[in-house]
Ligand binder design. Structure first.
Ligand code: BG6
Length: 490
């Protein structure tokens, strides 16, 4: 395993510090990094929130959260006592900037340290909190601010947020998080593409027939239904996570791993995405919403039941056919799909290579299937390449696809750190390469806004799909029209 070095002593203030993200993801991630010796004893993690909480009550909340959110066996009583010493609580209301006395007191005298404000709140509060930090004199030179997604709900609101935060922090102090960029296998895409010479000559239209990207979830929207109903799958998953995957997959080789070299290449991909027009929307996109069904052997409610019988046309599933208009990818469709309450939690990129140009194996007798490269993001992270081989035996000549299979867990035999562990350390180290720059977020919104407009103009309906399936039949039809089908294990 790569050597883990401690990061410089820091003060990390988490706004929304008692909320779901902090409790479920951020604190467990920090606990792990602390346990591995990456957090110095003097560093402080300060939860800022509206409620009045004693230090003791806050610690009880965190202890409870760690016990339920860390993997079995990862909570260690002795280490909890050490970690608890780093934790502090300060009452602060996003809009009442005069009432930030506790925070001011805690931070006063520590101006030289790395200072990070992590905004794990609704995006509507980002501007107000940034302004509060500035008006309280809390934005020091070594300060950084982390913005959680969603960054707005369209291009205009994203620009407003970027403008408001930009009044208080310089662009190089702003870290816009997309947790997919912290996933080990997503970073492995860079290793696969640019650490091997094997793939580069094949990574283009002359060798690739098409690319499929699936991010499926078996869970429904559950407790987030009110929030989700205003958002939908396109904004929740495609605008950020899936487009980032497309960018890393399709971008040209950056000249280095430098933050701007990578981001400069990613934005070129975003700017090359062909807009989905109102006329093309029905052919190039599918919207779906789950109805009741069974997932993993358990019966589950439909989306509208979770919404308390309300009416809604919000999509919980989306499939898109995307085209990248540049020399490398012209004519290579990228099929994307993501949804809730699908058959399994499963994320992967499948690259289908072209058929052999001339087959010496007659079609009537042999089944020659195209080579597939599967990059599995979760679960069971790894890479699999399927090639045709001759089945052993002295009889006839039988062809079979076989897999050259690399399971990362088996190969490296280590625990896969959660994406937040990696990303928090990158913020604390001051490396924004794995975060989104303002122009990237806005370019992504611009393309997404175009789809939403097209859906509205063409009155694109939402197809119902049964929970536990692979989504609406229209998603299969979209590929069928092109003579293709989704690669999935049924
Ligand atoms: C979040 C979305 O950004 O990503 C959620 O808001 C989704 O709706 C989640 O469930 C998926 O993340 P992961 O890491 O579980 O694939």
């Amino acid at each position: 395993m790569a050597q883990l070095l401690p990061v410089d002593t820091f003060d990390l203030v988490i706004f929304g510090g008692t909320g779901d993200l902090a409790m479920r993801k951020l604190l467990p991630a920090l606990y792990h990094r602390d346990k591995d010796g990456q957090i110095t004893a003097e560093s402080r993690i300060i939860a800022a929130s509206r409620g009045a909480l004693t230090q003791q009550a806050y610690l009880e909340l965190v202890e409870e959260a760690l016990k339920s959110n860390l993997a079995e066996g990862d909570f260690d009583e002795a280490h909890w006592k050490v970690f608890a010493r780093r934790l502090h609580y300060a009452q602060a209301d996003a809009y009442e900037h005069d009432g930030w006395g506790e925070l001011n007191k805690l931070l006063s005298g520590y101006e030289e340290r790395t200072r990070v404000a992590y905004l794990a709140t609704a995006p509507g509060l980002f501007g107000a909190i940034a302004t509060g930090l500035k008006s309280n004199g809390l934005v020091t030179e070594p300060s950084r601010i982390v913005l959680e997604k969603p960054l707005g709900r369209d291009l205009d609101s994203a620009r407003d947020i970027n403008d408001a935060v930009g009044q208080c922090f310089a662009e190089n102090q702003i870290y816009r998080i997309d947790h997919y960029l912290g996933k080990e296998t997503v970073q492995n895409l860079l290793a696969l593409r640019f650490g091997n010479s094997l793939f580069e000559p094949l990574w283009r239209r002359s060798a690739i027939d098409h690319v499929q990207i699936t991010v499926s979830e078996d869970l429904g929207v559950g407790g987030r239904v009110e929030f989700y109903d205003r958002v939908g799958a396109l904004r929740d998953m495609v605008q950020n996570h899936m487009l980032q995957l497309v960018c890393l997959f399709a971008m040209e080789a950056p000249s280095s791993l430098d933050q701007n070299a990578v981001r400069d290449e990613k934005i070129k991909v975003l700017r090359s995405l062909k807009p989905i027009s109102a006329e093309g929307a029905k052919k190039h996109s599918v919207r779906g919403q789950y109805s009741a069904g069974a997932v993993n052997g358990e019966t589950v409610d439909g989306y509208l039941d979770e919404l308390d019988g309300g009416k809604s046309t919000t999509e919980t599933f989306v499939a898109l056919k995307l085209e990248i208009e540049n020399w490398r990818w012209s004519g290579v469709p990228f099929y994307l799909r993501t949804g809730k309450r699908l058959k399994a939690k499963h994320s992967e990129i499948v690259v289908q290579f072209q058929d052999v140009p001339h087959s010496i194996f007659p079609e009537q007798e042999y089944n020659v299937s195209p080579n597939l490269l599967r990059i599995r993001l979760q679960p069971d992270e790894g890479v699999q390449l399927s090639v045709m081989a001759k089945e052993p035996g002295p009889g006839g000549f039988e062809l079979k696809p076989v897999s050259l299979d690399l399971s990362f867990a088996e190969t490296f035999g280590v625990r896969y750190p959660d994406a937040y562990e990696r990303l928090l350390m990158e913020v604390l180290r001051g490396n924004p390469a794995l975060f989104m720059r303002r122009d990237e977020v806005e370019a992504a919104w611009q393309w997404i806004d175009g789809i939403i407009d097209s859906w509205q103009t063409s009155n694109q309906s939402v197809e119902s799909y049964v929970s536990g399936s692979w989504g609406p039949s229209a998603a299969a039809l979209m590929l069928d029209r092109d003579g293709r089908s989704w690669h999935q294990e049924d």
